[in-house]
Design a binder for this molecule. Structure first.
Ligand code: TTP
Ligand code: MG
Length: 583
């Protein structure tokens, strides 16, 4: 069997903000904190605060059901994601500011992985082994006075499994396993310090995990929710009895392991149970079909080749057996990706029951273009530069070069009035250069949008749909892609010069291209629906992401069989309910 090698030299901290959307609303209106609060999208609660959870409410519950259980629940619409996105961005920048490297990776809106190895290494070298109880954690190498005091003999916060007393040996020899213990102790104090600052300075609490990989840090954080932290304590290897890593991972249902996609989990369950399994990890439906990691790991003959047999096939990576076997054994050597606040593309879309008139399409194009321009301004203008350096004009951190318009036609009605939904999956797109005026800050987003529609989007639409009667459109998506990051602080650099950038662009985008049946490969999307208008709004932003699923599944997103949209894995439950709920 292939050797499993875990890199335990890193210290990784995973942050997951508590009831994120609800916390954003509470920060806006603190009076909500003591009330049961639920955030609504369509007819579903996408999250609720912990007061509401104490009263029996839960994520992905139907509004109707929630009102029955807790009649005094305060329900707030959370369909406009702007404020959630903005808070997410500023909390991420705050957490990243502690780091000495750029290794801070955002997952969705409310999770962040931090690789703090370098800070831990440095502070390990500062420890006075004879007086660990009075240690000082240095947060800035250039200024030894910046930091905090801590007791390096014990973990801060909770641990898995529980530890009583100091986990360090009485003698001062700190090597091997004890070296790992000491490093994780330091990690736990750093995590606690960051959590306190996050709470005191921004008013947000988080659930935090500390370990040596993204997988273990994320999973162990979940052990104590909310507003808490958990460190996965050594032994991490089986040389000294059973490793806590195996003990910990073994107890998870396989669908709960990040990196094991929805489809892979289903295939493994079916293999283990010898029958079709229908367990749904998010809603915990059909619990009899649950399969724990232990069961899979200890199945005779189980290993990478067997997993390849079970999971391999069309579209699957040839490494899938190894990848999944590693995860089942708690091995994840994937790097925390370096901070990239600039998205690779920004796109805004709405879905419709059926747009048939050009005038209606134009109206929608104006709305979408205005949202897109606002989004582009929020995401790509460097506010910090603007605020702190007193510059007259904020700096563009990146400029998109390509504008893309995509539409999807609704399937025609069959004789019996039904529709063939598979028809609707194909999107048709047209791309062209982004006009320079899109970056003008002298006019309102709406005014720039109008120009964009008249100058570019209408002609792109006409080329996509040359016939006057274009059928019924079920979706329009407007996006900017092909992002070029502007150069750093050097004001003379060509990156700052929009004029120059556009000259360069001319040569690379010779003409517009038509793409048919192109499925967007966004890594992350947030999805919500506008109840009143019965219209689904999807905003898609690429960002630094840890893929939630294996190769064979769509990374982080799943294709909805009913409407053909890509839905992020975490939102799939809500999306399925969206179709289930009558309008
Ligand atoms: P979660 O991390 O699942 O939940 P949470 O942060 O609200 O609660 P917890 O304390 O358990 O971590 O999701 C993050 C946010 O994403 C959540 O606040 C609302 C949003 N969301 C959706 O938009 N759709 C969904 O289906 C789910 C589950 C969440
Ligand atoms: Mg959360």
């Amino acid at each position: 069997m292939a050797a499993l090698r875990r890199d335990d030299n890193r210290v990784i901290i995973h942050f997951d903000y508590d009831c994120f959307y609800a916390s954003v609303l509470e920060a806006e209106n603190p009076a909500l904190k003591s009330l049961p609060l639920a955030v609504q999208q369509k007819q579903i609660i996408v999250t609720c605060n912990y007061e509401a959870r104490r009263r029996g409410l839960r994520k992905l519950q139907l509004i109707k059901e929630a009102k029955q259980i807790c009649p005094d629940v305060v329900i707030i619409l959370g369909e406009d994601l702007t404020k959630f996105r903005d808070v997410s961005k500023s909390l991420y920048c705050f957490l990243k500011s502690f780091l000495w490297t750029q290794k801070a990776e955002r997952l969705g809106f409310d999770e962040v992985f931090l690789d703090v190895t370098e800070m831990i290494d440095y502070n390990m070298s500062l420890l006075n082994r004879h007086d660990l109880a009075h240690s000082f954690f240095c947060l800035d190498k250039r200024d030894p006075a910046i930091g905090f005091q801590f007791d390096a003999t014990s973990y801060c916060g909770l641990t898995y499994p529980e530890t009583i007393g100091s986990p360090l040996p009485r003698n001062t020899a700190v090597d091997g396993q004890h070296n790992l213990v000491q490093r994780l102790i330091l990690g736990s104090h750093l995590a606690h310090y960051m959590r306190s600052r996050l709470d005191n300075e921004h008013g947000y609490t988080a659930t935090v995990g500390i370990s040596t990989s993204k997988l273990l840090a994320k999973l162990v954080g979940n052990v104590n929710k909310p507003n808490n932290q958990t460190t996965l304590v050594p032994p991490y290897s089986n040389s000294e009895g059973m490793s806590n890593v195996n003990r910990f991972i073994d107890d998870h249902e396989i669908g709960k392991i990040p990196g094991i996609g929805f489809k892979s989990a289903r295939k493994i369950r079916t293999y283990i149970l010898h029958r079709e399994a229908t367990f749904e990890p998010y809603t915990e439906r059909n619990v009899d079909d649950q399969v724990k990691v232990r069961e899979v790991r200890l199945t005779p003959t189980m290993g990478p080749p067997k997993l390849l047999d079970i999971l391999g096939g069309h579209g699957a990576s040839r490494d899938i057996g190894f990848q999944i076997w590693n995860l089942l054994n708690g091995v994840d050597n994937s790097e925390v990706l370096e901070a990239r606040i600039v998205p690779t593309q920004i796109s805004i879309e709405d879905s419709y029951k059926g747009l048939e008139q050009f005038e209606d399409v134009k109206k929608q194009l104006n709305l979408l273009a205005a949202s897109l321009i606002k989004r582009v301004r929020t995401d790509l203008l460097d506010e910090q530069d603007h605020d702190t350096k007193g510059n007259d004009t904020p700096r563009w951190t990146a400029l998109p070069r390509t504008l893309r318009l995509s539409t999807r036609r609704r399937s025609p009605k069959n004789a019996d009035g039904s529709r063939d939904y598979s028809y609707a999956n194909g999107r048709t797109s047209r791309s062209g250069p982004v006009p320079k005026f899109m970056f003008s800050l002298a006019e309102s987003a709406e005014a720039v949008a109008e120009k964009l529609v008249d100058d570019s989007l209408v002609s792109m639409f006409r080329k996509l749909h040359p016939d006057k009667s274009f059928g019924e459109l079920s979706l329009i998506n407007v996006a900017v892609t092909n992002m070029v990051e502007t150069a750093g602080d050097d004001k003379q650099s060509s990156g700052r010069d929009i004029g120059k950038m556009f000259k360069q662009q001319g040569s690379s985008i010779a003409s517009a291209v038509v793409e048919t049946n192109r499925l967007d490969d966004q890594v992350y999307q947030d999805s919500t629906s506008r109840n009143a208008a019965n219209v689904t709004v999807t905003t898609q932003i690429d960002n630094t992401e840890w893929e939630e699923s294996d190769e064979e599944d769509v990374p982080s997103a799943q294709l909805c069989d009913v409407c053909g949209s890509h839905i992020p894995v975490f939102a799939f439950g809500a999306h399925a309910l969206y179709h289930a709920v009558p309008d």
